[in-house]
Design a protein around this ligand. Structure first.
Ligand code: IMP
Length: 436
């Protein structure tokens, strides 16, 4: 079976990001009319491998790699026009046509060079309590949005002089704040504003009124795949605050970040790695430290697509996974990187946490409580054979099937897909779930 039946879908990261959503969106994006990004910015890094060639996308939706699909950057995003320009050039050089297929909501916010500078300054001031951001300016850009000071993509359509004046005003204001708060060097307002004017000209044909552009999806005439970035545990509201990103990578973000109504969402698919990783700081109860963590990191190639940072690695965290499946209303789960566990004699899953003299079987909302949690594990025998060539459930060894059945039962959500390699074809689709 090639993928799942057609229809609208939301793809959400069920853990702390880097679950392999890029590959899944690439696989399920074929045949849809639109792939919609609804939050975040160039902090995301979606890796797609095709014919041995690796493509890493940060802003452009992964689904754009499929012919005939249109991509959309929603109002919930913060778009760095410099980064977007570079990404478009790189893709077009590789033969992927982007212009004419990528549209950007006029209400998406602009991420400016001063946002990056403020992000760096904030992080270095936090010292040991730093969040470990990607340094892409995401938090400060959303601050400007929430405090109603931001520039938006629609501003790029202003007459040249007005845009230049507004940009200079904003950069000078940011320079004042940078000097006063962090004693940081000023940015060159004139240069940045001029560059922005040039970028504005090239982006103008892509900037759209989102309500009009997505009318076909709203009316049910066109299909859409909502491409979440990051993961639900990094959600600003529901994640492990303050060690989160500044947007809503969860189901709510798909609505506010596109302006589409709930009936357009269709299936809600959560993507989970067969184990767990996290980049940046914050509690991670099932983290494996020292050699054990290193070994999993090497097996999984767990180095950040955006920053190259080594990802923290650990076992699947069931209370965390159940929490994200529940609050997002997931209708299906896709387990990725199952093949990474091929050589391990034993695979563990955190089924609860030992904390304050008792055992907790749910994911705590309070970060300080989560930070005290120690994992309670259940161990599974490994399958000790390569899964890369498996294309059907029946091809999987019994031990791998038991592991998947356990996850399906405990997440109370059918496992509808299993990824067993980096290439698009290295997938097993199980629309009926894995438990027979
Ligand atoms: P920010 O989004 O750059 O502000 O970073 C906030 C937190 O989210 C940090 O822990 C980052 O490592 C994490 N983060 C942001 N984007 C991603 C992603 O795409 N994958 C995994 N972690 C991410």
């Amino acid at each position: 079976m090639d993928g799942l039946a057609a229809g609208n879908r939301v793809i959400i990261g069920g853990q702390w990001g880097d679950e392999g959503k890029g590959k899944i969106v690439d696989a399920l994006g074929r045949g849809v009319d639109w792939v919609l990004r609804y939050q975040g910015g160039a902090n995301a890094g979606h890796t797609i491998v095709r014919g041995g060639e690796k493509i890493v996308l940060h802003l452009v939706p992964s689904g754009l790699l499929s012919e005939g699909v249109r991509g959309y950057l929603g109002n919930g995003m913060v778009v760095d026009p410099w980064a977007l320009r570079d990404e478009i050039i790189e893709l077009e050089e590789r033969g992927v046509k982007v212009r004419g297929r990528l549209f950007i909501s006029a209400a998406a916010h602009l991420l400016m060079p001063y946002h990056r500078r403020i992000d760096e300054c904030l992080e270095s001031r936090r010292k040991r309590r730093s969040i470990g951001t990607t340094g892409r300016g995401i938090g400060p850009a959303y601050v400007d949005k929430a405090t109603r000071q931001g520039l938006r993509m629609g501003d790029l359509l202003l007459p040249k002089e007005n845009l230049e004046r507004r940009a200079i005003e904003k950069i000078l204001e940011a320079n004042e704040a940078l000097a006063a708060l962090y004693e940081a060097e000023p940015l060159s307002a004139a240069n940045i504003a001029q560059e922005l004017v040039v970028l504005a000209r090239s982006f103008a044909p892509m900037i759209v009124d989102g309500h009009e552009a997505l009318a076909g999806v709203r009316l049910g005439r066109e299909t859409a795949l909502f491409e979440g970035a990051q993961g639900a545990l990094l959600d600003l509201d529901h994640g492990t605050y303050p060690f989160v990103t500044s947007s809503s990578p969860s189901i709510g973000g798909a609505l506010t970040g596109t302006g589409l109504p709930p009936r357009c969402l269709g299936e809600i698919l959560g993507v989970y790695k067969a184990y767990c990783t996290r980049v940046g700081n914050g509690p991670f109860p099932s983290e494996l430290l020292a050699e054990e963590g290193d070994a999993l990191r090497q097996l999984g190639g767990e180095f950040g697509a955006t920053t190259g940072r080594a990802r923290r690695c650990g076992w699947f965290d069931l209370p965390a996974g159940r929490f994200t499946a529940e609050f997002n209303g997931m209708t299906g789960v896709i387990i990725t990187k199952l093949d990474v566990l091929d050589t391990l004699p034993e695979i563990k899953v955190a089924t609860g946490y030992a904390v304050d003299g008792g055992v907790l079987d749910r994911f705590p909302a309070q970060g300080d409580l989560l930070a005290r949690c120690k994992p309670v594990y259940r161990a599974f025998p490994g399958w000790l054979q390569p899964l890369g060539a498996c294309r059907a459930l029946a091809d999987l060894p019994a031990a791998a099937r038991s592991y998947l059945e356990f996850l399906e039962r405990e997440l109370a959500t059918p496992v509808v897909g299993i990824s067993v390699g980096r290439e698009r074809e290295e997938m097993i689709w199980t629309p009926g779930g894995v438990s027979v």
